[in-house]
Design a protein around this ligand. Structure first.
Ligand SMILES: *Cc1c(COP(=O)(O)O)cnc(C)c1O
Length: 235
């Protein structure tokens, strides 16, 4: 995809999000667009930035660090780490990102907190929930969520903001809403248990299920393909 087209796909994505919010009876700014730029070159991120986009999501650490270096002059970009996170990668994530959406265990959270540089604000965290309870999938199980949330809230250099999920793919818009509703309810339960905590984030909805996620209260939608085009197959 060329840089000129990014202008158009980004505008189309904004309009799609605005329509979804309107259809759900929600405020026009109730959800933020996160541009998922994994596998895409820094030049396309720069083009999206020039069109006003500030929040970008990356999945693969080394690739993300390379692009951050190439884009170091864009100092108000907000980088979100949304991919699987192993403990040997936590230091660089803690140093180079503002958000992590994929925390699903205690050990990773503790390392991120210990490694978050003092001069930076606390690292914003979403806990990734295995919302479809698939045995092989990443994410904490709903049953284990309250304990993990409490552990993360106790860590000094992290700010628990909410929950993230990647439901199993599904073509039927009505069925798409089921796991998103479950995630919304899980966040509501956490808020009830911890009324003082700033739990304001539901990171859910991608190119194929944005409308269903927004209908269930998404506050950050993560769009890759819809903005940057198809990615090469991976793995
Ligand atoms: C790749 C990815 C996305 C974007 O998916 P699209 O279907 O391309 O919009 C969103 N969230 C996560 C966690 C991803 O890995």
């Amino acid at each position: 995809m060329t840089e000129v087209a990014i202008d158009e796909t980004l505008e189309a994505a904004r309009q799609r999000l605005a329509r979804a919010l309107d259809a759900a009876g929600r405020h026009p700014r109730a959800a933020e667009l996160l541009a998922v730029s994994k596998t895409k070159p820094a030049t396309l991120i720069r083009a999206a930035y020039a069109s006003g986009q500030r929040a970008f999501g990356e999945n693969y650490l080394q690739e993300a660090l390379d692009k951050q270096q190439a884009l170091a002059d864009l100092d108000d970009i907000v980088w979100h780490f949304i991919g699987p996170l192993q403990s040997n990668k936590t230091r660089q994530v803690a140093e180079h990102f503002a958000w992590v959406h994929s925390v699903d265990r205690d050990k990773i959270a503790r390392r991120l907190s210990e490694q978050r540089p003092e001069q930076l604000p606390p690292l914003n965290i979403c806990l990734q929930v295995n919302i479809s309870d698939e045995p092989t999938k990443a994410g904490v199980r709903l049953a284990d969520l309250p304990a993990l949330a409490e552990a993360v809230m106790a860590l000094p250099r992290l700010q628990l903001r909410g929950l993230m999920a990647i439901p199993a793919p599904c073509d039927d818009p009505q069925h798409q809403r089921v796991p998103f509703a479950r995630l919304r309810e899980a966040l509501e339960e956490l808020k009830t248990r911890h009324p003082e905590a700033p739990l304001d984030t539901l990171s859910m909805g991608m190119s194929d299920d944005l409308e269903a996620a927004v209908a269930e209260g998404a506050t950050q939608v993560r769009l890759g393909t819809a903005i940057f085009g198809q990615r090469p197959p991976r793995d």
